[in-house]
Design a protein around this ligand. Structure first.
Ligand SMILES: Cc1ncc(COP(=O)(O)O)c(C=O)c1O
Ligand SMILES: [Zn+2]
Length: 412
């Protein structure tokens, strides 16, 4: 398999180019975020759909020519990506949509889509000679960094709000990372991590500014395209916090479109919690303004999205739209998803599906259109939210009479 044709970085705002030999997180001229750019004609000369089809590596590294690492990564025991795309005829029928596919990224090693970004970020950091990684995170990116740092023998330093679900904080510690719970919001943790990176020679895995991370996240779009045999769906629903995942989804489809491997970029729908909707609001006003985020979906509870420009570009350049959902609708969507498909998602991870339900209700998706929904992380990490709608019943005595009494009570 060929090596990446990653040729440099380009600012999403002012368009300034910079070389990969002089890696920086943000634009030196204007401070905005960067895109990774590739030589598409060289990639097409050396790689093909047929070669990809015959590649037995199911992880994200099957897309190596479109990833920003210089060397073929060594094999590890753990697989990132290669997650199932589950079709649900039942949900399509119920919502009056032609087809629905659910991209099950609960299946990544640490339980969320974030592993895609971490894997590429760590490989990149290693190539540059770093030994220590830093992340500010609402929880999942941190758990992911802790997990994959254990695999790749890197040191992980984590800043997360002390209010993050205990399961996520516990997971971080189990993987052996150094955890600094922060008295404050995710935004406070983000700023602290940025200060720490400035003072140290550590690599920043903070979502939202490091362009290498969007490249990892874009592999979810590359997989969707391949799994659908390069036939694009009409709409793709993505839960949005900082905007890094949705920016990556767009970049994945964009790369494939540039290669001529797909004939259109699907509409990308940004779904946000009503109480944390800076991106969806900006689609109306054209300006990203911070909000005071409040939602049960901790992973997408963000005051000021750090990858805002890429998120807005994903929606506008794909002809998509923004969709807000209430916390109640999110919890409903979580339960419907679990009952109908067996996918147990945390509230943030069910937000894309809540967006689809809302869009179907409002006529924003029609009966002859197809939808892909990103399911971005497992529900097992946040049992408290999951228990808002389902309560564990009182226990019964271990005898048939007690069982029959309870059965009759429930079904009477
Ligand atoms: C499960 C889950 N879904 C969605 C998101 C939103 O991703 P982003 O912040 O890149 O918009 C996150 C981010 O933490 C997440 O953990
Ligand atoms: Zn710039």
């Amino acid at each position: 398999m060929m090596i990446s044709d990653y040729i440099g970085l380009k600012c999403v705002s002012c368009g300034e180019n910079s070389s990969q030999d002089h890696f920086q997180y943000t634009c030196e001229s204007c401070g905005e975020n960067l895109d990774v750019i590739y030589d598409y004609s060289s990639i097409n000369n050396n790689w093909s759909k047929d070669e990809l089809r015959d590649n037995t590596n199911r992880s994200i590294w099957r897309f190596l020519p479109l990833l920003p690492v210089k060397e073929k990564p060594e094999n590890t025991s753990i697989q990132i990506g290669g997650t199932p795309l589950v079709e649900s005829n039942q949900l399509a029928k119920e919502l009056g949509v032609k087809n629905i596919w659910l991209k099950d990224d609960t299946r990544n090693p640490s339980g969320s889509l974030k592993d895609r970004a971490t894997e590429v970020g760590i490989r990149h950091a290693k190539e540059l000679g770093y030994k220590t990684m830093v992340a500010a995170s609402t929880g999942n990116a941190a758990a992911s960094l802790a997990c994959l740092s254990a695999v790749h023998k890197m040191e992980a330093i984590i800043f997360a709000p002390s209010s993050a679900p205990p399961a996520k904080l516990t997971q971080i510690l189990q993987y052996g990372a150094k955890l600094f719970p922060v008295d404050g919001s995710y935004d406070d943790a983000f700023d602290l991590a940025a200060d720490v990176v400035k003072e140290t020679a550590w690599y920043s895995r903070s979502t939202g500014i490091n362009p290498i991370l969007s490249e990892g996240k874009k592999t979810v779009a590359l997989e969707i395209a391949e799994q659908l045999n390069w036939e694009m769906p009409d709409q793709v629903f993505v839960p949005v916090g900082d905007g890094c995942i949705i920016g990556g989804v767009y970049k994945g489809f964009y790369d494939l479109f540039q290669l001529g491997w797909i004939d259109k970029i699907p509409k990308i729908i940004a779904v946000q919690a009503e109480g944390s909707s800076a991106i969806v609001d900006a689609l109306g006003t054209g300006k990203i303004s911070p909000v005071k985020a409040e939602t049960i979906a901790d992973s997408i509870s963000v005051d000021l999205p750090r990858d805002g420009l890429k998120a807005l570009r994903a929606v506008t350049d794909s002809g998509g739209y923004g969709q807000k959902v209430t916390d109640d609708k999110m919890l409903d969507a979580q339960h419907i998803l679990a009952k109908s498909t067996g996918l147990f998602a945390e509230p943030a991870a069910a937000t894309g599906f809540a967006g689809l339900i809302q869009a179907a209700k409002n006529g924003k998706i029609s009966s002859d259109e197809t939808a892909v929904v990103l399911v971005t992380g497992t529900g097992l990490k946040d049992i408290n939210s999951a228990q808002q709608l389902v309560k564990i019943p009182n226990s019964i005595s271990p005898d048939l009479t007690s069982f029959k009494d309870r059965w009759n009570q429930n079904n009477g």
